[in-house]
Design a protein. Sequence first.
Length: 216
Amino acid sequence: MTSPLNPSRKKHRFGKAWMHEHLTDPYVREATRLGYRSRAAFKLLELAERDALFRPGMTVVDLGAAPGSWSQVLRKELGPKARIVAIDLLPMEPIPGVAFIETDFESAEGIAAVEKALGAAKADLVLSDMSPNLSGIDVVDQARSVALAELALEFARLHLQPGGDLAVKVFQGTGLDAFQREVRGHFRHAYLRKPKASRDRSREHYLVGKGFREAG
């Protein structure tokens, strides 16, 4: 999900070295072969297999969904009875069976739109691949990423059914330990994962909360 930190939505300029790496990346090639919109599909597939996140007919919320590879995985793996609500500030090409909301999840209007799409249903799984546009200032970027993870956790806390799961993108750095402790306070188990499809040089990880414990 691209936040208001980049209101112009301008694309980053990448050098030839990055482009070469991208085009020769086995996950990029495999995503193209299988029709996934990005290599990120394989991050979710690995998380789901390792931590048993999927079962047919689930209700799932996909935060930061564009360009849509996670929603594609959900649609394929969960079957026709699954209910999938996706949101992103950027547009996303339609995916049959996925209710997509193009707005900012960081706004009250965005959260309300997702709640409206869910109706009275509680989610079985909340996923967040949200990350801020990077400023290049580590302390600022880390604070923004933690804030997005906190927002996803708060949404999960309010909208997961008991026993539900959460998987949220995080970055190694200040605030991560405290966030992990917070997740552990709401779930029976919490695991920090780095999928193979995450590039080695990236600080990106995913924090998986298993077995939501509704506050009593």
